[in-house]
Design a protein around this ligand. Structure first.
Ligand code: SF4
Length: 658
C-alpha cells in the first residue's frame, strides 16, 4: 500500500488568515463572534465554540463587548454599512481575492454594465459579490444555465456586460463557459477571478486521482470547494470517498487498495488530515514498531550505560565559570557540568544559559568518589526533550527556529531545541548556489524533513519556509494586482531580452523595449542588478504567472518632447548621424532623427551628401515637416540659407551704392 497526500491539501491562504484572526482575538482575551461559521468544517467550528466563539447570523445579534469577525467569503456592502451603523467592533477577514471581485463588480456596475457571475447563487461568497453590484446582475453555474439566461432575460445580448467567477469555481467548467461568453460577446469585460490556491488544488487533485486506485477527499460535506474536489477526483478515480473525519474511513476498500491518494478542502485543518493518516497507517506502524528497531528512549537509556550512570538528579546552580557550572545535588560530592555538557550550542556561554540559584534536571554521567565530584549533563536530558519536539515538528510539518552554529561540508548545522539539525546547502537558501556565510550565528526558521531515530539525525530545510513565504506573498500580490499599479522593485537579473524585477516577493519582467525610449542593445545600458526602480504593471497573466512591467515614462517619450518643444518651423542645431545617396540623417534630440534630403542641403546643386557633410558634423536646420504617424521628420539647411538671402542681397546693394 502506498499513500500519497496532495501538497495543496488543507487550509488555503484566505482560510488560514481568517482562523488566525479569530484565534488571535481569542488569545487577546476578546469575546468573539463570527458572521456565519468561520469555515465549513464542523470540527474546527466546534473547537472554536469551546473557546467561546459564537456564530451569529446578522450584525444585529452581536452583543455589547463582542468583536464580530467577517469570514473569508466576505459580505454584501449593506452588511458592512449595518455594522458601521450599529457601531459594532469588527475584524474583516474577507479574503483579498474576494475583495478584488467586490472592487471589480462595484466599479463596472457603477459604469452601467450588467454583471454576470459564474458561481452558485446560494453560496455566501456569491451573495456577498451580488451585494456589491449596483446594476442588474445574474448568476449561472454552467453553459446550460448561461444559455437559459439569454433566453429568459430580454435584450441581454445587447447590454454591455462584465463577467466574474466565484473564486472556487471548477476551472474546467469555467473554460467551457468562457468560450461561450467570448462567442456571444465580442467586447465583454471578462475577469478570471478563480483564485490560484483553488486552481492549484484542483489540478493536483485531478492528477493524483488519475494515478490512484482509491482517492480520499477530506472536508466538510457542506463545503463548496470540497464538493468540487470530490467531483473532479470522482471523474478520474471511481473509488473516490468524501469523508469529514477518520471514523468515516472506508476501511474495507482501503485494505485492498494499492495506491491511495489523499486531498482535502481549503477549510480542512491539518489535524484532521493527520488523524485520517494516522488511523489508516496504524496497522503498518504497529508492524514497524514490532520490528527489532529500538525506539529513541531505548537508545538514550542505552547511551547512559556508557556513562556509568546511576540515574538522574535535580541540582541547584551554585557557581558559574567560563568552562563549567557547579551544582549542589544534595550529596557529599560536588556536581560539575562541563560547558560542553551544558548545551549543544558550542558558541553558547555558561552565564547566558544558567544563573546561580537555577534548579536544573540533570543526568549523572560519572561519579568520582576519590575526587569527590559527580560529572553531570544537562545537554543529554535537553536532547531527549528536544528530540521529541523535533520529531513532532517533522510529523506536523511545523516551522521550528534554531541558530546556525557551524558551516560544514555540504551545508550548515542549526541547533533547535538542543538538537543539531543538518541543513544541506541545497536547502539552506532561497536559490541554489547562494553563499552560506551570512547564515552563521543567525537565527533561522526551517522545517524538519527527515529524522532517523537510530542515529538521532535530523535534516532540515530553510528553503521550504522561504518558498511558503514567497507563495504567500505571491498570493497576496495576485489578490491586489491590476494593470497600471505602481511598485518599487529591485532588479534581480538581466537577460538579453529584459530585466527581471522583484516587486515584493514576486518577479515581473521589463522587456528591453520597455526600458528606454531609445534603441538599446542590452538592458544593462539602463539598469543594473541590485538597482531599486519604479515600475508599473503593463499586463498580467495569472494562469501562467506572468507579470509584464513597464519602466520608461511617458514624459520621457522623445516624440512628446518633439511635439512640445520642436514644432514645424523650429530652427535648431543638429548632428549628422548617417549619410545616404538621397540625404543625411541628423539627430534632433536623443531618440529622434530627421532627414535632410539632398535637395535641401544647399542652394547650389549637391551631387552626393558626402561631398559637403560628414558624420559628427553639427549644422543648423529648419524643421519643415513632421509626420507623427509615420514617425518621419523633414529637415532643411537650404530653408535657412533662403531666409538669409535677402540680408546678403541687401548688403550687396549697399556696397554697390557706395
Ligand atoms: S479565495 Fe482562495 S485563498 Fe481566498 S479563501 Fe477562497 S479559496 Fe481560500
Amino acid at each position: 500500500m502506498e499513500i500519497k497526500v496532495a501538497k495543496t491539501a488543507g487550509f488555503c491562504f484566505g482560510v488560514s488568515r481568517a482562523i488566525d484572526i479569530v484565534e488571535k482575538l481569542v488569545a487577546e482575551g476578546k469575546r468573539v463572534c463570527t458572521l456565519g461559521a468561520i469555515i465549513h468544517n464542523p470540527q474546527k467550528v466546534r473547537e472554536l465554540e469551546e473557546k467561546g466563539v459564537r456564530i451569529v447570523d446578522s450584525p444585529d445579534e452581536v452583543k455589547s463587548g463582542e468583536t464580530l469577525v467577517i469570514r473569508s467569503h466576505g459580505v454584501a456592502a449593506s452588511v458592512t454599512d449595518r455594522i458601521k451603523e450599529l457601531g459594532v467592533s469588527c475584524s474583516d477577514a474577507t479574503c483579498p481575492f474576494v475583495l478584488k471581485i467586490h472592487r471589480i463588480v462595484a466599479e463596472h456596475s457603477k459604469n452601467g454594465d450588467t454583471i454576470l457571475i459564474a458561481g452558485d447563487k446560494d453560496h455566501p461568497e456569491v451573495q456577498g459579490i451580488i451585494g456589491h453590484c449596483f446594476s442588474e446582475c445574474h448568476t449561472f453555474m454552467n453553459c446550460d444555465e448561461l444559455d437559459k439566461l439569454f433566453e429568459d432575460v430580454p435584450n441581454l445580448r445587447q447590454k454591455p456586460v462584465c463577467a466574474v467567477v466565484q473564486t472556487t469555481f471548477d476551472r474546467t467548467e469555467w473554460k467551457k463557459t468562457l468560450k461561450k461568453l467570448q462567442k456571444l460577446y465580442t467586447n465583454a469585460k471578462i475577469f478570471d477571478t478563480i483564485c490560484s490556491a483553488t486552481s492549484d488544488r484542483q489540478s493536483e487533485a485531478e492528477i493524483l486521482a488519475s494515478e490512484s486506485d482509491l482517492m480520499l477527499v477530506i472536508g466538510g460535506k457542506h463545503s463548496s470547494n470540497t464538493n468540487k474536489l470530490y467531483h473532479i477526483c470522482k471523474s478520474k478515480c471511481d473509488k473516490t470517498y468524501l469523508i469529514e473525519s477518520a471514523p468515516e474511513l472506508p476501511m474495507d476498500a482501503l485494505r485492498t487498495a494499492g495506491q491511495i491518494g489523499i486531498t482535502a478542502g481549503a477549510s480542512t485543518p491539518a489535524s484532521i488530515i493527520k488523524e485520517v493518516l494516522v488511523t489508516m497507517t496504524e496497522e503498518i506502524k504497529n508492524t514497524l514498531e514490532s520490528e527489532a528497531e529500538p525506539n529513541f528512549e531505548d537508545l538514550l537509556e542505552e547511551s547512559f550505560k556508557n556513562y556509568n550512570t546511576d540515574g538522574r538528579v535535580t541540582g541547584v546552580v551554585v557557581g558559574i565559570t567560563p568552562t563549567e557550572v557547579r551544582v549542589d545535588v544534595g550529596r557529599k560530592q560536588t556536581g560539575i557540568i562541563p560547558l560542553s555538557e551544558l548545551s549543544n550550542d558550542p558558541t553558547a556561554k555558561a552565564e547566558d544559559l544558567v544563573k546561580v540559584g537555577d534548579e536544573l534536571n540533570l543526568i549523572i554521567m560519572k561519579t568520582n568518589d576519590q575526587e569527590g565530584t559527580i560529572l553531570l549533563s544537562k545537554r543529554l536530558l535537553d536532547a531527549q526533550k528536544g528530540w521529541d519536539e523535533i520529531v513532532k515538528a517533522e510529523e506536523e510539518k511545523t516551522v521550528v527556529t534554531g541558530v546556525v552554529t557551524e558551516i560544514v561540508k555540504g551545508g550548515v548545522i542549526a541547533v533547535s531545541n538542543g538538537v543539531k539539525v543538518f541543513i544541506p546547502a541545497s536547502l539552506a537558501t532561497a536559490t541554489r548556489g547562494e553563499s552560506l556565510d551570512g547564515l552563521l550565528k543567525q537565527e533561522v526558521s526551517f522545517r524538519i524533513i527527515e529524522t532517523t531515530r537510530q542515529r538521532k539525525r535530523a535534516v532540515g530545510s530553510i528553503r521550504s519556509v522561504l518558498s511558503d513565504e514567497r507563495k504567500q506573498k505571491a498570493e497576496a500580490f495576485w489578490a491586489d494586482a491590476e494593470v497600471g499599479k505602481k511598485y518599487t522593485g529591485t532588479v534581480k537579473s538581466l537577460t538579453s531580452y529584459g530585466a527581471f524585477v522583484d516587486i515584493g516577493g514576486i518577479d515581473g519582467m521589463v522587456h528591453i523595449s520597455e526600458l528606454s525610449w531609445n534603441r538599446i542593445k542590452h538592458p544593462s545600458e539602463v539598469v543594473n542588478v541590485g538597482d531599486t526602480i519604479e515600475v508599473y504593471i503593463k499586463a498580467l497573466d495569472q494562469e501562467k504567472g506572468k507579470i509584464s512591467l513597464g519602466y520608461r515614462k511617458d514624459e520621457d517619450n522623445p516624440w512628446e518632447i518633439l511635439k512640445n518643444q520642436y514644432p514645424v518651423g523650429t530652427e535648431c542645431e543638429v548632428e549628422i548621424v548617417g549619410l545616404t545617396q538621397f540625404g543625411a540623417f541628423a539627430r534632433i534630440i536623443p531618440g529622434i532623427d530627421g532627414l535632410i534630403h539632398v535637395s535641401q542641403i544647399s542652394n547650389e546643386r549637391v551631387e552626393k551628401p558626402q561631398d559637403v557633410l560628414s558624420v559628427g558634423q553639427k549644422v543648423n536646420v529648419k524643421i519643415t515637416a513632421i509626420d507623427f504617424d509615420a514617425k518621419r521628420i523633414s529637415l532643411s539647411m537650404k530653408a535657412l540659407l533662403a531666409d538669409e538671402a535677402p540680408a546678403e542681397e541687401a548688403a550687396e546693394t549697399e556696397e554697390a551704392a557706395e
